[in-house]
Design a protein around this ligand. Sequence first.
Ligand SMILES: [Zn+2]
Length: 282
Amino acid sequence: MRIFDPHIHMTSRTTDDYRAMYDAGVRALVEPSFWLGQPRTSPASFFDYFDALLGWEPFRAAQYGIAHHCALALNPKEANDPRCTPVLDALPRYLLKDSVVAVGEIGYDSMTPAEDSALAAQLQLAADHGLPALVHTPHRDKQAGLRRTLDAVRASDLAPELVLLDHLNETTAPAALDSGCWAGFSVYPDTKMDEDRMVAVLRRHGTDRVLVNSAADWGRSDPLKTRKVADAMLEAGFDEDDVDKVLWRNPVAFYAQSGRLQLDPAAPAPLHEGNSVLRGGE
Ligand SMILES: [Zn+2]
């Protein structure tokens, strides 16, 4: 079984997670930039983070046979902090990098006017760079959040087939799929979507334009949720081709629109800028 996790925050995970993911079948992933769990106080903090997503994380992933790509953006939450918004001016030079396969994660957190402008500006950046966009939908007030997100997408120059709407559930899936965008479902351990609810969504809506991710980060989450959904699909009577479509071909088709997917993992290098993942320079 081959798995592509289209949304996972590896920077907050360990090398043991990389090994377990490889053993479960994960061969490629996209790591979108997001917030750190605490506020950043300057754009420089973002730039160091972007550089880590472009260099150190792909280096770590390659040690475990996984192809690493990233999506870069000013995240919805920090779009509200005037100390951080100058990041928008610097993004164009980052979006030129080879392993950047989308602008993301963008979208709404609290649905403020500052989030409106950051979302519109970054949808435009995606359109200007010919890149897809990973758009997070709010965890609270999901229906209103999705409506406002779809309004922003329709008002933009970015075609719906270049938009992945994420963190959907049973209530937001129909409108998301009707819009022509791709539909992403984050499967978490005890809240929001779980494996069985995900299988029910697939039964109801089919497998076209549907993506499943673990969205694993520093919070309670599970980087093996993609595999657990695959197993639940097989148990529920989906066949291996259905699983391959949802867990591999769909995310590949979505991000391949960037023209930058490299599905063969890079050869593992011994060092990244003089540092290794090993202790004591073994
Ligand atoms: Zn995320």
